[in-house]
Design a protein around this ligand. Structure first.
Ligand code: TXE
Length: 499
């Protein structure tokens, strides 16, 4: 019997959303609106309000009041945890609705959307536990007359700017941790993928989150996003997106020196040694390049492979690549859906053309895929790629992989580190000494040995070099949103200064 979820259908008309401030929906009113066109079907699926700077100012005022009166930060962590646990239940109760919206707005396969929504619920549960783990330190070594306390406090009002590639999952990697720390939030999702973030605000409100603690303003990055990174009354901004926009956020944040968390681009190596399990490595490498149609910040986009097996491995990857199912993301069997926008589709196809012109050898794919409607790219493999080519240095953010051969372990490490980014790296070898040595020396925030793009909320995520600042998830992800305060307590009589 076929027990899979039935093929969901396209909506008859776009679903319209207001935005969410102070615990309630705000009507779009006279504001301009933006239709989101499904990148896989070329029809409008949702409509959002284009909020203004004044809307951001109002949301920040609301979040500031909610922070200052301690309606959230003043609660026991156990009570904050209870809200996060109920939110997880709220997500689970709406998996179908959330997953469908996610697929319609992003173009990602419905099976993947369901996995991400269910995974997100698990992250809220983890963060509920993390809320109760947060603690400071004592210094009991300052002599009998002194006790030192180091306490952690929520950093305050957090501006949260999220991208379109994993709208609901990336949100889950941040929101429950920020809430666990006791902060309040003004969030701006990507203008392409706002609906599931708006529904999350509703789910949190229904779970008992006090009004004003999580606010969502929708709209364009240049207006709403910029207003958040510049805002003088936001204490910290967490930005996930392109390195170029991240740089703008750094400049904008200088006005009030707000703390910044940044998760930016990547150019992640898959390093395959001759002694790897090559079947397994080929499968992992393909998963890593094709997952989310390559629109994944930690996706593998450089195949750094030992020269003695480069030919064999190229054939293995090519054969497996032919079996990857690209197509309508609403089909439960699809593995690779659409690219997020026609512009991004064109950018990825442009990189493929660039690779050809630069002299790389096209081994598989190399063009458009799928139906006449929508934006699809064939998973594409290049060989004979050199480290100076744009396809080997720049983030393409599509299902495009280039093979770069190496001779020695040292050379593999040098190639892996020879880019501006340092987000992730995967190492495939059955030699543990070699695996650990390479893992230690590769300059990347997330590494995998004999696996790739896997893990849970226990472990931190974030980048080295131009891939970002700070860490999200794990207990680190809660600490990131705290300030540290020290307190000396004098015991007994203080030695007088004036005799
Ligand atoms: O990203 P932007 P884009 C990379 C990927 C992709 C490229 C461009 O290479 O091809 O970035 O994507 C908001 N102030 N990644 O243009 O612009 C914007 O509204 C403040 C990697 O979509 O960085 C959205 O909410 N915010 C990445 C968010 O920033 C601004 C995920 C990201 O958009 C702003 C996405 C401004 N001036 C893209 N301008 C990853 N690390 O996973 C825009 N935004």
């Amino acid at each position: 019997m076929d027990t899979r979820t039935p093929h969901p259908s396209l909506p008859a008309k776009p679903r319209a959303f207001g935005f969410f401030v102070d615990g309630a929906w705000v009507k779009t009113g006279g504001r301009d609106t933006l239709d989101r066109i499904s990148p896989a079907h070329d029809i409008p699926v949702t409509t959002i309000a284009l909020c203004t700077k004044a809307d951001v100012d109002h949301a920040v005022k609301v979040a500031r009041e909610a922070f200052e009166d301690r309606r959230w930060s003043g609660q026991a962590a156990a009570d904050r945890a209870a809200v996060l646990l109920r939110a997880a239940q709220g997500i689970r109760a709406r998996v179908d609705e959330l997953a469908l919206l996610e697929t319609l707005e992003t173009g990602k396969p419905i099976s993947q959307s369901r996995g991400e929504v269910e995974g997100a619920a698990g992250i809220y549960e983890y963060a509920a536990g993390a809320a109760r783990m947060l603690h400071g330190e004592t210094f009991n070594n300052l002599g009998d007359k002194m006790l030192g306390l180091v306490t952690r406090e929520p950093i305050g009002v957090v501006g949260l700017i999220t991208p379109w590639n994993f709208p609901f999952f990336i949100l889950a990697e941040r929101v429950p941790f920020i809430l666990a720390a006791g902060c309040t939030i003004v969030c701006k999702p990507s203008e392409f993928t706002s609906s599931t973030t708006l529904l999350m605000a509703e789910i949190l409100a229904e779970a008992g989150l006090p009004a004003g603690v999580f606010n969502v303003v929708t709209g364009l990055g240049a207006e709403v996003g910029q207003a958040i990174t510049e805002h003088p009354d936001i204490d910290m901004a967490s930005f996930t997106g392109s390195t170029a926009t991240g740089r703008r956020a750094v400049q904008a944040s200088a006005g009030n020196f707000k703390k910044l968390g940044l998760e930016l681009g990547g150019k992640n190596p898959q390093i395959v040694f001759a002694d790897a399990d090559l079947e397994d490595a080929a499968d992992g490498v393909i998963f890593s390049m094709c997952f989310n149609a390559g629109q994944c910040c930690v996706g593998g986009s450089r195949l750094v492979v030992e020269r003695s097996i480069a030919g064999t491995f190229e054939k293995l990857v090519t054969a497996k690549l032919a079996k990857v199912r690209v197509g309508d993301p609403l089909n439960p069997d699809t593995q690779v859906g659409a690219m997020v926008t026609p512009e991004h589709n064109a950018k990825v196809l442009g990189y493929i053309e660039n690779g050809r012109k630069a002299g790389a050898r096209l081994v598989a794919g190399g063009g458009k895929a799928g139906s006449p409607a929508g934006n699809f790219v064939q998973p594409t493999l290049f060989a004979d790629v050199t480290t100076d080519m744009a396809i080997a240095r720049e983030e393409i953010f599509g299902p495009v992989l280039g093979i770069i051969p190496f001779e020695t372990e040292e050379e593999a490490i040098a190639i892996a580190n020879n880019v501006d980014y340092g987000l992730a790296a995967s190492i495939w070898t059955k030699n543990l000494d070699k695996a650990v040595n390479v893992m230690r020396r590769v300059r990347a925030g997330r590494t995998w040995i004999n696996c790739t793009i896997t893990g849970g909320p226990e472990m931190p995520i974030g980048g080295f070099k131009q891939s970002g600042w700070g860490r999200e998830t794990g207990i680190y992800g809660v600490e990131e949103y705290t300030q540290i305060k020290s307190c000396h307590i004098e015991l007994g009589q203080r030695a007088p200064w004036i005799s």
